[in-house]
Ligand binder design. Sequence first.
Ligand SMILES: Cc1cc2nc3c(=O)[nH]c(=O)nc-3n(C[C@H](O)[C@H](O)[C@H](O)COP(=O)(O)OP(=O)(O)OC[C@H]3O[C@@H](n4cnc5c(N)ncnc54)[C@H](O)[C@@H]3O)c2cc1C
Length: 383
Amino acid sequence: MTHYHTLIVGAGYAGYSLAKELRKLDPERSICLISSDSADYYSKPLLSNGFSKQKSASDLVQKTAAQMAAELHIEVSPYCSAEQINPELHQVLTNKGLIQYQQLVLATGASPLRLSLPAATDGLVWSVNDLADYQNFLQQSQNKQKITVLGAGLVGIEYANDLAAAGFQVSVIALEQQPLAQLLPPALGELLQQQLTALGVEFYWGSSIKDAQLAQQQLSLQLTDGRNLTTELILSAVGLKPKLQLAMHAGINCGKGIKVDQTLATSAADIYALGDCAEICGYNLMYIQPISLSARALALTLTGRITPVQFPVMPVIVKSPALAVVSWPAAKEQQGEWVYEGQGMDWMARFQSPSGQLLGFALTGKMVAQRLRLAKEIPALIA
Ligand SMILES: Cc1cc2nc3c(=O)[nH]c(=O)nc-3n(C[C@H](O)[C@H](O)[C@H](O)COP(=O)(O)OP(=O)(O)OC[C@H]3O[C@@H](n4cnc5c(N)ncnc54)[C@H](O)[C@@H]3O)c2cc1C
């Protein structure tokens, strides 16, 4: 059995950010990072911009696992899956053996939600949430022209833009009535739709796939509202769910994600969580900035200076070259109305309470430059 002071499970942005911050604070401690994937270091946000730039998965690798291990002076174990945690004994059972830890950090990410779809679509529906997915989807898209994206949230819309810019005929099918329904008021959703339509993207709102037939590599889709379309490949971007299995089997409290307090501590002694898998004080924020802030705070806590994480307002930047979009949505329960200012492509929409307090905002075009100013007007998410 091997022993490490700090064992990190997961080689995504969360796992590696924590390893970097820890190493800065403590040059000596033994750190091991294990991952069920290759553990190569890459920027996940670039996955939804790669087709138009003709990037292969290997082009997107910034550093290999071995380079990261040497640079950070840590042990990195690729294709090593944590299968079971024993919180009492401070041990993790992996497919490569037992590891003893003093501190364990779960950074296991999230997995794509899968819809139940007609059998004819089998083998033609892909999701992209890591490098291997990206490479598979890229391979599948070779010699194809028509791609359908399921879902019109952040990842679905970024992909619709990227695939259209790469020359594919793109259709988007979504239950909502507009792009980025969680992030934009209808008027700005309409503007974004117009820009994507100008790139050739077709939208099928308020619908989902009811039936499908495959003939000569053309997939005929029948939608629940009676419309039909043909496609050759489907990209499913209908959401992600935090990976909880490992934590749940160890008896660690879980809700939407692995529940942690403001110091990122789980309900089990010496076990912490951050990143897409974590529910931090009730928030499961699957973005880069909260991960950076969490990694910095957790590294301090793990080296003896207990540091609660703080989340300011962190506007979401959508990578849609057809129209620059930034948004900070108000919490669902907040009452208010949208107030608009701007013209052409450049709009500022403020979501204000009846007393005029700014609760959220959405910006397009040149107005995205206002994001930091507006963010300062809204109270922090976790102070
Ligand atoms: C296409 C796309 C575009 C995005 N664009 C943006 C953007 O523009 N801006 C932004 O802020 N955010 C963006 N995001 C979100 C952001 O990239 C994620 O929030 C972030 O990368 C998640 O990092 P993570 O380390 O928590 O999870 P992951 O990157 O999913 O890493 C999880 C790691 O855990 C490992 N693992 C899981 N289970 C086990 C196990 N049992 N044993 C061992 N290892 C395990 C996995 O192999 C993996 O290495 C985007 C996401 C996607 C999918």
